[in-house]
Ligand binder design. Structure first.
Ligand SMILES: [Fe+2]
Ligand SMILES: [Fe+2]
Length: 362
């Protein structure tokens, strides 16, 4: 990668951290709201056996005591954090804040759906998923508090902008973000399992069991979509294609703006991202009839270009003035064209398997 990342505004105080969580940009995780009445009408009876088995897993709650720190946690924090360079510390903080925002985004959405519907199947599912996401967000927040940078989640809930998504967009986007969350956490966990000397913070020891929650959340949306097969046919395939590309491209650009984090783990951002894409694509064949060819050289070149445009845009933003504004407008057009070209690349089609459920085997 020839382009280097632009330094973002440093996170130096709790107010900076909270500001970072609340900010809405192309790359920052968003909060969502949806059409609750439509969700209330969801019918999962055609996947009843698999659904009930999944509900029993949620009820069993095998991670109920996982999100508690052990006695070594504080020692490791005290030993390892002073060793981080200031730049690396910034990237790690950015990672913690965006991960917390994204976990909390799930928590709020699932909770709002739960409160606004009567449908017993969906209500029960949302209760379990909100429970998990609230634990995840709270656990990350403890690590931010070690830095004196805890996020006020009540305030974040009140002040961050909400994006309205039709239910079907929620299913596509949330399914992907849960499965990509699984793939991201397990890839980091496996890498640090092989190279424990590169585990620069104890939170990564929690990722293995943690990502099983995300995997199961993804399974829930897979069952909802398979129970409503019109969501996976006809013109909806174009939406699926759009959401896969949008989610992959956002992740790629965001990860490449913080390359040090992956270097510290002994990964590079390309290697990490393409591993995550491969895992996510493999899993998503349980529900999506199409997949992107993320190993195609043109696809990779397109993502590199999107990253370069995003860097140019950041520089223009920092420059300000008329020239800065014009450059930003040019960047927006170039990004849209590049995204469009990626969107039009041929996709791989596949038959949906008989059995929907998968096990987290990566
Ligand atoms: Fe989560
Ligand atoms: Fe999740």
């Amino acid at each position: 990668m020839s382009t280097t990342a632009t330094p973002a505004k440093p996170i130096a105080s709790a107010s900076d951290a909270n500001q970072k969580a609340v900010e809405s940009s192309m790359l920052s995780p968003r909060f969502y709201t949806t059409d609750f009445a439509a969700m209330d009408r969801l019918d999962v009876s055609s996947v009843r056996t698999e659904w009930d088995a999944m509900m029993r897993e949620y009820e069993g709650d095998n991670n109920h005591d996982h999100f508690q720190r052990d006695e070594k946690f504080a020692e490791e924090v005290a030993e390892l954090m002073p060793k981080l360079s200031p730049e690396m510390r910034q990237e790690f903080l950015d990672f913690l804040i965006s991960s917390l925002t994204s976990e909390f985004s799930g928590c709020i959405l699932y909770n709002e759906i739960r409160k606004n519907i009567e449908n017993p199947d969906i209500k029960q599912l949302m209760t379990y998923m909100a429970r998990d996401e609230s634990r995840h967000a709270g656990f990350i927040n403890q690590s931010l508090k070690d830095f004196g940078l805890g996020i006020d989640m009540g305030d974040l809930k009140r002040t961050k902008a909400y994006t309205f998504f039709k239910p079907k967009y929620i299913y596509y986007a949330t399914y992907l973000s849960e499965k990509i969350g699984y793939a991201r956490y397990i890839t980091i966990f496996r890498q640090l399992e092989k190279h424990p000397e590169k585990r620069f913070h104890p939170i990564f020891r929690w990722f293995e069991l943690w990502c099983n929650d995300e995997f199961r959340h993804g399974e829930s949306f897979a069952l909802i979509m398979r129970a409503n097969p019109h969501l996976l046919r006809g013109l909806n395939k174009l939406w699926i294609r759009f959401f896969i590309l949008a989610v992959y491209a956002t992740m790629y650009v965001r990860d490449h703006t913080r390359p040090m984090l992956h270097h510290a783990m002994g990964l590079d951002s390309d290697e990490y991202d393409y591993t995550v894409f491969r895992i996510t694509t493999e899993i998503s064949r349980q529900v999506f009839p199409i997949a992107l060819d993320t190993d195609h050289p043109d696809f990779r070149a397109g993502l590199e270009k999107l990253f370069a445009i995003s860097q140019a845009n950041e520089l223009a933003k920092a420059r300000g003035g008329v020239v800065g504004k014009l450059t930003q407008a040019v960047c927006a057009v170039r990004a849209a064209l590049t995204f469009g070209r990626l969107y039009l690349m041929p996709v791989q089609s596949s038959e949906l398997p008989q059995t929907v459920r998968m096990v987290p085997a990566w």
